[in-house]
Structure formats: structure tokens, C-alpha cells
Design a protein around this ligand. Sequence first.
Ligand SMILES: Cc1ncc(COP(=O)(O)O)c(C=O)c1O
Length: 384
Amino acid sequence: MQREKLLLIPGPTPVHPRIIHSLSLPTVSHVSPEFVAEFKEALNNLKKAVFTSEGQPFIIAGAGTLAMEIALLNTVAPEDHVLVLSQGYFGQRMRDILASFNLQGDIIQSEPGRAVTPDEVENKLAENNYAVVVSTHVDTATGACAPIRSYAEICKEYGVLFIVDGVCATGGIEERMDDWGIDVLLTAAQKCFGVPPGLAILVFSPRAMIKRKNMTKIPAYYSDILRWLPVMKDPSKYFSTPCVNEIRAFNEGLRLVMEEGLNQRFRRHAQTARAIRAALADMGLSLFTQETFLADTLSVVLYPPGIKDKDFRQLLAQNGVIVAGGLGELMGKVFRMGHMGNLSPSQVIFALQAVEKTLEALGHKLEKGRAIKRAEQIFSEKIH
Ligand SMILES: Cc1ncc(COP(=O)(O)O)c(C=O)c1O
């Protein structure tokens, strides 16, 4: 039997045995009392995970891109102007979705490896009459983490609806929907929740729900949240068959989150990021992302001279670890290591040992074992 490799791409992330077990249970009716209870529990725990009491959660078969489309189509009217704050690849996708539906959007593109600054947002909102601002929290191509809370404050000041793409952040980095004033938070199952891909996950604030209700017609059927609303209020209702096993697995993932505790989970992600980065630095590697914008959920690592992307990732896979290559313009220049979800310190140490072994075999000079010791020392520190 082939040994399972450790999946350290920036999503999907390694799946906890309890989640795997829940996926393997026999499929039940989507309107059976046991499934309805699980669906309700998942919806409630999702609200807790994003710190909202009044928000309306939606869990729909699909993935992050469907969640992006749902967020936009249900809040942007044809006469509205949208401002997209793009930290890289996925901000551009937001604009592409708007363009596909002839919706009007401007974009502020951050400098590579950085995020759009709050001043840039403020200036743009002062100049033009925008109805909606959209931002990626963590751009999975550049590893840049945006100052979402500061953006939210500015949006509140200007009375603008604020949509956050939390696909590479929600459940791993703090996002306080009610306190900060986020109107739509969207994500997918396969990142910080550590569940296999298959779900588009969103929470709408009361203000965002009102906006949707005031739009008489939207260019969507399956993506129209008003068709899903009765199901999300009472999962025994039918609109389109929910993916029973995947929702049960997501619920199990949320139980793990709640058992760990949200603050502990965020701190664990921060500690894991610190350990990985210190170790990579000790191996002589540097990061693409500028220091003040580093996300706790992934690292985008520049190849040192002489190390080729294909050789590195191929040999690393033989050593038991899968990482991702660069996206877009960064292809061939970086590798991306995800460190989110239910990753344990021993998995991280295993991955770092594999990176060290691979670099050494490819002729990169390093002091063997030093980086691993450094990571172990960081993991031994109590997190608080
Ligand atoms: C920040 C961000 N937004 C959106 C997406 C799209 O999600 P999906 O691939 O699940 O459609 C991704 C995927 O990696 C992402 O990282």
C-alpha cells in the first residue's frame, strides 16, 4: 500500500480522522430528523466561529468560487458600483465574476506581497459613491493578510456594505463579524476548517439580508439566497438536495473547532506559522510576502538560487510532503506551504525535516537539524 503523503498545500488541508469517519457513515435522508439536527448544529456553530449572533448562515454544495459569486450576486444591484481590494490572485477573480454578470467594479491592486492600505480605501471611498467594498482576507497566491478590521471601520464610516473573502482565513484567523462590521463573510470547507472540498459557506449580516430583499430580481437561481433561506431557517424544508455526508463532515469539523476553542485555535495557527518561518529562515530561505502582511495560514517561500521548482516539489513529494507551486506570476519562483486547519506540531516537524532533506539533496547548504530544533523550541512555548 502506498504511504499517505502529508498534504501541505494551501487547501485542501489534512483531514482529521474524526472527519474522515463521519464522511464514511451511510448516507441518510436529507430530511431525516438526525440529519436536520446535524445541519442545524452546523449552522449554529458556523455563527459562533465568525462571532455573530444576528448573522444568517448559508451552507451550500459548491466551493469558494461559488461562495464569491453568491456574495456578489445577492448584494450588488445593476446600478451599484463595487470597489474590490485585491491583494493578488483572488481579488482579480472577484472582478472577473462582476464582469461576467455585467456588474460594475473598480479595483485597487496592492503592491506584490502586501495588502491595500486603509488610506487607499478611504481616499477611494471619499472620491466615489461605492455601494459595496469587497476584500480578500488572505490571498492564497501571495500570502498577504489584509487589515480587514481597519477596512471594516472605514466601510462603516461611509455606510458601505463590506464583503470579506475568508477562504484562506475563516476558522484559523480571527474574524469578528458583528463587532467589526462585516456584512458578508464567505469561505469554503477545505481550508482552515480542515474538511474535504465541497461546500460554499457564507454568513450574511442583517444589513446584507435587507439589501438582498430590496433587490427584486437577481441573475441567479441556485445562487439566490432567498431560495435557500427557508432551508437554512429550518433544514427539514426542501429547495435542492443538500450534500448530506459533506455537511455532516463539516459539522464534525466545527465540533473540533469548538472543542479546541476559537482563541486557542487562532493562537495555535500563529504559533505554527512562527515555528515554520523560523525554521525556514534557519534553512536560509526567505519569504515572498512582506513581513507586516504575513498570514498565519500559509507561507509563500522564495526558491534559493539553483533550486528548481519541479525538482524540489518532486523530491519533496518522494520524501512524503506535498506543497503547492506558485500561482500566476509567481509560478516557478516560489513554493506555497499551507499551515492551517487541524495540523499538529508533529506533522509540521515531519514536513520541515522533509524540506531540509530535500534542499540538502539538491545541493543547498544548511546546518542540518538546526531549523528543526528551532521549530521544536517554538512549539514547546506555552501559547497564550
Ligand atoms: C482566498 C481565496 N478565495 C477564493 C478561492 C476559491 O476557492 P475554490 O477553489 O474553493 O473555488 C480560493 C482558493 O484557493 C482562495 O484561496
